[in-house]
Ligand binder design. Structure first.
Ligand SMILES: [Zn+2]
Length: 156
């Protein structure tokens, strides 16, 4: 297993968040297999698939990838509260994969939290931020997050 991300994947991206996304997704796609069946590779979903970055072509198990330089150990901010709760209660939450990497994009650890552990009791609601908040509640859907509150998944 190659523990270094392929830095050439990020050459055409300027923003740090886009570079982080293509580097972590590129490594994940090359190195990770399905944890729910014996499939030895996963398929990347289209860019706008909500909360699912990869899916198993054999058993359809879903994966959401989060990359960090220091992965959170106690809780994880994960999108809008209402949609997170909807996924959790309908049984469509993905397995969360927390990828920890160095500044030089060497993989330090990969922790998978199986979707069956994502139950309503571990999802907390962070109150919506006020209109004067300087920080966006989460990237991607600023308005929805500000309106509905943000989901915090307890990890320990
Ligand atoms: Zn599978």
């Amino acid at each position: 297993m190659n523990m270094n991300c392929d830095l050439s994947l990020a050459a055409n991206y300027r923003s740090a968040s886009q570079q982080a996304r293509v580097l972590s997704e590129g490594w994940f796609l090359k190195n990770v297999y399905c944890l729910a069946c014996d499939a030895d590779s996963l398929k990347q979903t289209s860019a706008n698939t909500r909360a699912t970055d990869f899916v198993c072509p054999k058993c359809s198990h879903r994966y959401e990838l989060k990359a960090f330089q220091r992965r959170p150990h106690r809780s994880l901010v994960d999108g809008a509260f209402a949609s997170m709760m909807q996924r959790v209660t309908s049984g469509t939450a993905p397995t969360l994969c927390l990828l920890e990497r160095t500044e030089e994009w060497r993989i330090h650890s990969l922790t998978a939290i199986h979707s069956s552990f994502l139950i309503p009791e571990v999802v907390e609601k962070r109150p919506p931020l006020g209109p004067t908040a300087r920080r966006a509640p989460f990237p991607g859907n600023r308005e929805a997050g500000a309106r509905m509150g943000t989901a915090i998944c307890k990890l320990s």
